[in-house]
Design a protein around this ligand. Structure first.
Ligand code: GTP
Ligand code: MG
Length: 222
């Protein structure tokens, strides 16, 4: 019985995710869904990416958290529209559902946007099960989390197009082998594009930003 109910919830989410994709396509807006454990650096990465791209592209950010507007407040100085979704009124869910993303997206002027970053709720499990309708999923693992995360939480890595390995500035003080992390990630999903970055120093951001710009060009051509 429980499985039936869960399947129904997931099927309903899939249907809304599909219509979100159509909505984003109609408006030619690229939507990137960033997912990771709490504290891997989603907000910092979005902050640096928006800073770097905002003069050339029209950007908005949708942020999911169980409660609080801490991240939205942190990003409020960027001068781009920020929408906070709190899941507490919906039972404190550990992921964003497609219908909440839709509501947030519809409150933005989609025709005036090129790019939306979604910061999903900090969690390496549930967000992978609920498609938001984003064009691409991006998973972030920060180096201190260890090499084994792709093997322990494979779904998140399977459904993502990009892996950002963040906090590489800490490599010298950690016993974490970046190459093993890459190998584990590619074992789970050989198609993953991997960028090693530091949201603190900006290292590696050029390649990540170039990937976003290539996706923006593809979106325009669709
Ligand atoms: N050394 C270092 N610290 C970083 C880096 N990126 C983020 N941090 C720090 O890591 C902490 C968490 O970063 P956030 O961006 O808040 O992480 P988050 O994934 O948004 O966290 P939640 O929203 O709670 O899930 C902060 O103290 C950041 O300053 C990095 O590349 N290097
Ligand atoms: Mg955050």
């Amino acid at each position: 019985m429980e499985i039936k109910i869960l399947r129904r919830v997931l099927a309903a989410n899939e249907a809304v995710a599909k219509s979100n994709k159509e909505l984003f396509s109609q408006h030619g807006v690229l939507v990137l869904n960033l997912m990771s454990s709490p504290g891997s650096g989603k907000t910092c990465i979005i902050e640096q990416s928006v800073e770097a791209l905002k003069n050339d592209y029209r950007i908005a950010v949708i942020i999911g958290d169980i409660t609080s507007t801490i991240d939205a407040q942190r990003l409020s100085g960027l001068g781009v529209p920020i929408i906070q979704i709190n899941t507490e009124p919906f039972g404190g869910e550990c992921h964003l559902e497609a219908s909440w993303v839709r509501e947030a997206a519809l409150s933005l002027n989609l025709q005036d946007l090129d790019l939306i970053f979604i910061e999903n709720v900090g969690n390496l499990v549930c967000p992978a099960e609920f498609d938001t309708g984003a064009d691409k999923n991006v998973v972030i693992v920060s180096l201190p989390e260890g090499e084994d995360k792709p093997l322990k939480y494979p779904l998140m890595f399977r459904i993502s197009s990009v892996l950002l390995v963040n906090k590489i500035d800490l490599a010298s003080v950690l016993d974490v082998d970046k190459k093993t992390l890459h190998r584990n990630a590619l074992q789970v999903n050989p198609n993953l594009q991997i960028f090693d970055i530091s949201a603190k120093t900006g290292e590696g951001f050029d390649a990540w930003l170039k990937w976003i710009e290539a996706e923006l060009r593809k979106k325009r051509q669709q």
